[in-house]
Write a protein that binds this ligand. Structure first.
Ligand code: ADP
Ligand code: ZN
Ligand code: ZN
Length: 838
């Protein structure tokens, strides 16, 4: 067999080339494919190829390795197509991806799948269509029978997937025929393989050179147009934007046609001017991120504290790779980063600036764009595929050397990173929860930096316990900024006791008089208020007063959230929606009541309390569309909103001068949330949202509503005493052996049969207990929410103390997984690992 393989493609005596391909599928090994002569000269490690996988699937993979050894146990299939002749994935990227797969206990394929924007992937699901410009019936090429079957089908249906095409011609793969049809130029691939993305173009106009070169030509033109007011209008508008009297060269750049139409100019007059050769039309390729002016002349001088901090960071970097910048909100951490970023870029190295999803607002992007201009690429999950591919390619071809992005930006093809900034490093949204890879972008960033010999700054006003612990034990450098910029004061913190107000019956709905009065006086002063409630929806749930029935999602074991605005019940886990029952489905009573409350309810209460105020809600519901979030921020910035009510979205990175009051709801529920990190989360969230107050010249005030002002954590929040909070909390973590003193790996089993899942889990626990001490296996248990999308969940935690090798434990876990699925009845059970769960 081997000899046969060696001879297939070696007429010139060269040994056959084989490629190990990483495929975006959850199978933990690489597959070897044969490289035909057609590709053998141009194939490189890191290029994408199209290969057949299994009997039906066609997928994009990455060349991981090239060699001359055929696989031992199977005949290597040929690579169907080579998509790149330059690596799209760099060598360092592959190393980092492999590390992620190993550390987070998933497959390289899953990492690649998460890493590549889908515009760079093509699979059985990729679609083909007829070429809109080249009708095959008029083509000179002959078509064979199978090709015609595909073409006819495309005439009937607008498009086909690769798989559809293969099924039609009753073959495993239609790739050969699709390729041939593409070569004959009669079909197109939807996700264009070669033209991976469409550059964004803008139509512009400029004056014909005649009018620029000849003296008085413009005057003559005005004369000629004197009876044509609409055309004169357009000419005037043009000259307003392009003052050629000052500088003739300005004409070259022209003005976007859309500028005239949006300004209300006549479209037909504009066309006439083009037809009469006054203006010429041209197309310009523009960046998708819009043009920003660089205003390098507006130099920001670092304050003494800031330059002090900068120097300390640099000093730490002489010894250490990582430095934690603990700077209170509004202390100007961003300016410190900007300064260091400039320095690294000047050295010719790349910089990555990570921000949590919700903090990546137009505000911060614009602020950075103004400094770094077009060398800066933005990578955001709300961006389209094309935009993401553009950043990926822009980094490869050197157009960008500075990337600002969300967690997935750690997958980008950097070649020469000098610095990574992880802003708001404590943020939970750095951790990917589902699907695999369940990575933490901060922790991957540290590995990424190491792979590039780069430095990392972790920044936060409320560092994670883990990072602060590493900073105090000397692993990271620690630098503190404890003054707000320009002498702005931290807000004063006050308590509003909901329990006593309830007793005295002074509470209005969920609003204490203390808070109501504070809002009133803020409105009177024409300043702004932010209200924070970390739960969306109207009420938590509905409940029948008579029998206690609570409507639940039929697919997940959670109560449905009531949304008054749509008069609907929603499942926040699977998205299921249903109408609100008129009567209790259990007992028929009509006494159905709302329990608990979310942002929507608070918004409604506020409207009743302050009918004259302009109130806006900001949560997942009101920010679904691409620009909704930015629009709300803009309106708030322009002071078109008096009170902004929101979930944790309002707590991040906002910098508004006029906010002088922050109200915090439901603190107790955050504190008592059943998770070992709940105290840490509460401290972080309340501190962050408080930091939005008093950033300008107004002193700020924060009012925290709580049932029990005597709780230790409330006191620490009130005094903004991070150190005292840290010392308390770290002592508890030590005592109960939680991170950072131990590591956790969560194992979840998921399947449709509840009993079988329970059996499988206890079977797995028993296997684990053979190799692990009882104190290291926590559970198994049913999670609080034990069913999602019709699948039951069982979980257990493996706890690994500091001195114990995590790799050894992972081996034990993998072994247990294998043993489990070797039992026939457990074969279909999904096993999910979450390393360092959040
Ligand atoms: P942080 O990120 O630490 O919360 P920011 O970096 O947002 O703080 O800074 C708070 C405000 O102070 C911003 O409006 C910022 O522009 C301003 N600021 C900070 N440092 C300076 C400086 N050196 N010169 C001018 N403005 C500054
Ligand atoms: Zn009932
Ligand atoms: Zn559900």
């Amino acid at each position: 067999m081997q000899a046969l393989q060696l001879n297939i493609d070696a007429p010139d005596g060269k040994p056959t080339l084989f490629a190990d391909i990483a495929l975006p599928i959850p199978i933990p090994k690489l597959f070897t494919y044969r490289v035909s002569n057609e590709f053998s000269d141009s194939i490189v490690v890191g290029a994408r190829v199209i290969v057949q996988f299994g009997r039906k699937k066609v997928v994009t993979g990455i060349v991981e390795n090239l060699h001359n050894t055929p696989p031992e146990v199977y005949v290597a299939k040929p690579i169907l197509e080579l998509l790149d002749t330059e690596p799209v994935v760099t060598a360092i990227q592959l190393t980092v991806m492999k590390w992620i797969a190993s550390y987070y206990m998933c497959t390289l394929g899953e990492v690649i799948n998460a890493a590549l924007p889908s515009g760079l992937k093509i699979s059985s699901e990729s679609r083909i269509q007829l070429h809109p410009e080249h009708n095959y019936q008029g083509s000179d090429y002959p078509f064979d029978e199978k090709e015609l079957i595909i073409l006819h089908a495309l005439e009937e249906k607008d498009s086909l997937t690769y798989k559809d095409a293969a099924d039609l011609i009753e073959l495993k793969s239609a790739y050969k025929f699709i390729k041939s049809l593409i070569q004959k130029d009669v079909i197109l691939i939807y996700e264009e393989i070669r033209e991976k993305y469409q550059p964004k173009k803008v139509k512009k106009i400029r004056l014909k050179t005649l009018f620029i070169e000849e003296e008085d030509a413009i005057e003559g033109l005005f004369e000629k147009l004197s009876k044509k007011p609409k055309q004169t209008d357009i000419l005037l508008k043009y000259l307003q934007q392009i003052p050629i009297y000052q500088d003739k060269a300005l004409n070259y750049n022209g003005v976007a046609k859309s500028n005239f139409t949006t300004a209300g100019c006549s479209v037909s007059s504009l066309q006439t001017l083009i037809k009469n050769e006054v203006f010429e039309e041209f197309t310009e390729v523009i960046s998708r991120f819009g043009e920003f002016e660089e205003d390098s002349d507006k130099k920001i001088e670092l304050t003494e504290h800031q330059s002090d901090a900068t120097e300390k960071i640099l000093k730490h970097f002489e010894q250490k790779d990582t430095c934690l910048l603990h700077g209170i909100t509004g202390s100007g951490k961003t300016e410190v980063y900007i300064n260091l970023i400039k320095e690294i870029l000047d050295q010719g190295r790349q910089v990555l600036y990570l921000l949590p999803e919700i903090a990546l607002t137009a505000q911060i992007v614009n602020r950075l764009k103004r400094v770094f201009g077009s060398r800066m690429g933005v990578y955001h999950s709300k961006f389209s595929n094309n935009e993401r591919v553009e950043v990926w390619q822009g980094l490869l071809d050197g157009r960008f050397d500075f990337i600002v992005g969300v967690r997935s930006a750690i997958f980008l093809p950097f070649e020469n990173l000098g610095l990574i900034v992880v802003d708001e490093e404590h943020e939970t949204s750095y951790k990917q929860y589902d699907p695999a890879p369940r990575y933490h972008a901060r922790d991957v960033a540290l590995y990424l930096a190491q792979a590039h010999h780069a430095k990392t700054i972790l920044g936060s006003a409320t560092p994670s316990l883990e990072s602060y612990y590493n900073a105090t034990n000397g692993k990271y450098g620690l630098v503190t900024l404890d003054k707000r910029y320009a002498g702005a004061q931290l807000p004063t913190m006050e308590i509003a006791n909901t329990r006593t107000e309830r007793k005295r019956k002074t509470i209005k709905g969920n609003f204490t008089t203390v808070l109501v009065e504070a809002i009133r006086s803020t409105l009177e002063k024409k300043e702004q208020t932010i209200i924070f409630q970390n739960r969306r929806g109207y009420s938590n749930y509905l409940s029948c007063d008579d029998c206690g029935f609570i409507p639940e999602c039929h697919r997940c074991s959670v109560s449905l959230t009531y949304h008054q605005y749509k008069n609907q019940l929603n499942c926040h886990y699977c998205g299921h929606k249903e109408a609100v029952p008129v009567a209790c489905p259990a007992c028929g009573s009509s006494n159905i009541r709302t329990i608990g409350y979310g942002t929507e309810k608070i918004e409604e209460d506020l409207k009743l309390l302050f009918p004259e105020a302009r109130i806006q809600r900001m949560d997942l519901e009101t920010t679904r569309s691409k620009y909704a979030y930015q629009n709300i921020i803009k309106a708030f910035e322009d002071e078109e909103i008096d009170i902004l009510v929101g979930t944790q979205m309002v707590s991040k990175g906002f910098d508004f001068d006029k906010v002088s009051l922050v109200g915090v709801f439901d603190t107790d529920r955050m504190i008592h949330f059943p998770d070992f990190r709940s105290i840490e989360r509460t401290f972080q969230l309340v501190t962050q949202v408080s930091g939005r107050a008093g950033r300008g010249d107004f002193p700020g005030k924060v009012i925290i509503q709580t049932e029990d002002p005597d709780q230790k954590i409330i006191k620490q929040i009130l005094t903004q005493d991070y150190l005292s909070f840290y010392e308390n909390e770290i002592a508890d973590r030590d005592k109960y052996n939680y991170p950072p003193f131990a590591r956790l790996i969560k194992i979840t089993l998921r399947n449709r049969d509840k009993r079988l899942g329970q059996e499988a889990m206890s079977h797995m626990a028993n296997i684990l207990l053979e190799d692990l001490n009882e104190s290291r296996v926590l559970g198994p248990q049913e999670p609080v929410i034990n069913k999602i999308r019709d699948k039951y969940l069982m979980e257990l935690f493996v706890k690994i103390e500091g001195k114990y090798s995590i790799n050894a434990v992972k081996k034990i876990i993998h072994k247990a997984q294998l043993e489990l699925i070797q039992e026939k009845r457990f074969k279909a059970i999904e096993v999910i690992f979450n390393v360092d769960p959040y």
